[in-house]
Design a protein around this ligand. Structure first.
Ligand code: GCB
Length: 610
């Protein structure tokens, strides 16, 4: 009974996080009016535009006052309105606010954004959707003075249908974005990255035919190298109709009929395809059409599975030569938002000899996965279930489940994405394990074609401090055994690596999801002098052979490609608000350890080619 109640409660709470994963798939292929560019803003630290002076939300208050920042024009000259978007400053979208204005560098609170636009429909019966790539962390969206809804979660897309609500000219779109941290949120208050706020990803007004393709899942069937399995999902009035899927280069054309809910399973032969791999990231144009709607994009096909302690890519054992990444452009200092940012970061990973990247610690923008598809990089994608989440709070679970669902919905056609990660360094307890196991069940129900993991932890054996044990009940249900370890930085000195022994009793592939040391680029000294490039180099030199002693080792993602901003790192003259574990410094210069890892990966690649 208790369980039933919990489930019912969860269903209700999940409903509160709507829209969950109902954003249009392949949004960038749609007819779109870009709303990127300059938006007028009002900085509102007391949330004056949202709450009245009794601290009731205006949304709910009986007597709304003039504080409601909805771009209202005074009806009479004497009407009191205490804000004015037209004469307020502006910020660029997409971008974080912190790196655009010194005043906003440490800001955590509300900023109101306003954008005016005109609109002419392209087809008389078309439907329109306001689509946000992401807003960190909470967004309340208003069009022409009316609330469209709210979205919670800083890194995944959401949209609102606005059909019939648009004017030919002078539409006013107002968004309240709030990036305050909360204990019960996902992530919680405590992280090791910058809490960039704002409309951090593209904003678009999308148009789609009255009945259109909302979603499709077109990937190789789990365990098969020549059959596609998946589904198409329509949205609109004519839900039951024919949908065509074509892959012209392979001369594939197949038709399915959707049911009255607009859904049809897909199951057809993929003959003659070259499978996608990092060495040959072959993609094919896939066209999905239904009535007046036609969507196209390039999709790669590959399989990923485990057998014993091996990871098999297209049936062949693969070693994951990886690196961790934050979604930040160090050269500019701010959130990475553009295709150029993605190419810069993934380009450095390629130079390092990587075939794999861990996108830490939250969903990165969609360009990352699309460009990884194109460049041939395998990906680990993650949700911000980080450190000490409120495991017993059903709203926290609903929030995490919603963010995970939205991430999977957005990227489930990307060949590059091979791993969904549930969490990072979470302290083992019964309620934490239940929480994460529930996320695993959810993920398997949404996508049976990819591997599931989480960055877990190791601890030292009470009998022998040099023996590291990895033991976590979560590892019983994940496909990989992944863990972070910092021997030589947070635990002991690099020389300790030589004495290290491992006790990992899982017959699964092991991925070391983090190791590293801080080094200020250009700071030199003894190999035991903290924060020097030599210390970091020494740590890499000692760590790599230590990890090779793990028989199940099938990959690694050292921490981290680039230095990144973090308020946890105040050491003056060295950190200055940056986590310095990057292999590339804040100015783009490579540190000595970069070349140690590059040489190791060159050796691993040569071994694999033999
Ligand atoms: C970790 C965390 C990562 C931190 C890193 C560090 O274990 O997963 O988010 O930034 O260590 O530098 O301490």
């Amino acid at each position: 009974m208790k369980r039933l109640l919990f489930a019912a409660c969860l269903a209700l709470l999940t409903a509160n996080f709507l829209p969950a994963a109902d954003a249009l798939i392949n949004a960038s292929a749609r007819q779109a009016l870009s709303l990127n560019g300059r938006w007028h803003i009002i900085i509102d630290p007391y949330d004056n535009g949202y709450f009245n002076y009794r601290h009731e939300p205006h949304d709910a208050a009986k007597n709304p006052t003039s504080g409601y920042f909805l771009d209202k024009k005074p009806a009479t000259p004497s009407e009191l309105i205490e804000y004015d978007f037209d004469h307020s400053p502006s910020l660029m979208v997409p971008a974080d606010w912190n790196s655009q204005d010194d005043k906003l560098f440490y800001y955590e609170g509300t900023v109101w954004y306003r954008r005016l636009f005109d609109f002419t429909p392209h087809a008389p019966d078309a439907r329109q959707f306001l689509h946000f790539g992401a807003a960190n962390y909470e967004a309340d969206v208003y069009l022409n003075g009316k609330k469209l809804g709210r979205h919670v979660g800083g890194f995944t897309p959401f949209q609102f249908e606005v059909t019939g609500k648009l004017l030919p000219s002078g539409n006013s779109l107002v968004v309240r974005v709030n990036n305050q941290r909360h204990l019960e949120a996902v992530p919680t208050v405590n992280t090791d990255w910058w809490n960039y706020g704002g409309l951090t990803r593209d904003v678009m007004l999308l148009e789609a035919p009255a009945t259109h393709v909302r979603d499709y899942f077109i990937q190789l069937k789990s365990g098969s190298r020549d059959r596609i399995a998946g589904y198409v999902q329509l949205d609109g009035a004519a839900l039951a109709q024919k949908v065509k899927i074509e892959i012209p280069e392979l001369k594939i054309s197949t038709e399915v009929t959707t049911d009255t809910a607009g859904r049809a399973p897909l199951d057809f032969a993929l003959t003659g395809a070259t499978l996608w791999s990092p060495e040959n990231p072959q993609r094919y144009e896939v066209i999905v059409s239904a009535g007046a709607d036609r969507l196209a994009e390039k999709i790669g096909f590959r399989t990923i599975e485990t057998r014993g302690t091996d990871i098999l890519l297209n049936g062949k054992s693969v070693f994951l030569r990886g690196i961790c990444l934050h979604e930040e452009n160090p050269l500019r200092g701010g959130r990475a938002t553009t295709p150029e940012d993605a190419r810069l970061l993934l380009g450095w990973a390629k130079e390092l000899g990587c075939n794999y990247v861990r996108l830490a610690h939250y969903p990165h923008n969609e360009y990352m996965a699309r460009i990884a598809d194109e460049m041939g990089l395998l990906l680990w994608a993650e949700v911000p279930v980080y450190w000490t989440i409120h495991w017993d709070d059903p709203t926290t679970y609903a929030n995490a489940a919603n963010q995970l669902t939205e991430l999977i919905a957005r990227d489930h056609n990307r060949a590059s994405v091979i791993i969904w990660s549930m969490a990072n360094e979470t302290p083992v307890s019964p309620s934490r394990t239940t929480f994460l196991k529930n996320l695993v069940v959810l993920t398997r129900s949404l996508d049976s074609t990819r591997l599931i993991s989480a960055a877990m932890e190791r601890h030292s054996s009470p009998e022998d401090p040099n023996t590291s044990i990895v033991e976590d009940p979560l590892a019983e249900v994940t496909d990989l055994c992944s863990f972070n370890q910092y021997i030589g930085w947070y635990a002991g000195l690099p020389d300790d690596c030589a004495k290290a022994k491992w006790l990992i009793n899982y017959n699964k592939p092991v991925i070391v999801s983090e190791f590293g040391a801080d080094a200020l680029q250009g700071m030199h000294g003894d190999k035991l002098a903290r924060f020097t490039e030599e210390y970091q180099e020494n740590l890499y030199q000692q760590t790599l052979p230590m990890l090779e002693k793990i028989p199940q080792l099938r990959g690694m993602t050292p921490w981290i490609l680039c230095d990144f901003r973090s308020p946890r790192r105040p050491l003056p003259g060295i950190q200055d608000g940056w986590n310095r574990k990057g292999l590339v410094g804040e100015n783009g210069t490579k540190k000595k350890a970069f070349f140690i890892l590059r040489d190791y990966y060159a050796k691993k690649a040569a071994e694999a080619a033999r």
